[in-house]
Design a protein. Structure first.
Length: 93
């Protein structure tokens, strides 16, 4: 009798496992469909490749311009500090 109960329990457990496995497979198929949709939308919009390249070039130009501006300001600050030190030296003397 115990052997029979053990077999029934094993069959019930196998059936639960199959049901769980089917649910997991169904979820995977849903996610795969969503990923395909997202991939298609990215391909349709160009994947951001064209606009990203333009944006990247604009950022490089802006970066270059800002570096140049920073260098000019650093030069001006250096000379302003030197002038202030000279004036302070004259006042102390």
């Amino acid at each position: 009798m115990k052997e029979l109960e053990g077999r029934v329990a094993a069959l019930e457990l196998a059936k639960k496992f199959e049901a769980t496995q089917e649910a997991v497979q169904e979820e995977r198929m849903k996610m795969l469909a969503q990923l395909r949709t997202i991939k298609a939308e990215l391909a349709k919009s160009g994947g951001g490749g064209g606009s990203s390249s333009k944006e990247l070039e604009a950022m490089r130009e802006e970066n270059s311009r800002l570096k140049e501006q920073m260098a000019k300001q650093a030069y001006r600050i250096e000379h302003l500090c030197a002038s202030v030190k000279q004036l302070q030296a004259k006042v102390k003397a």
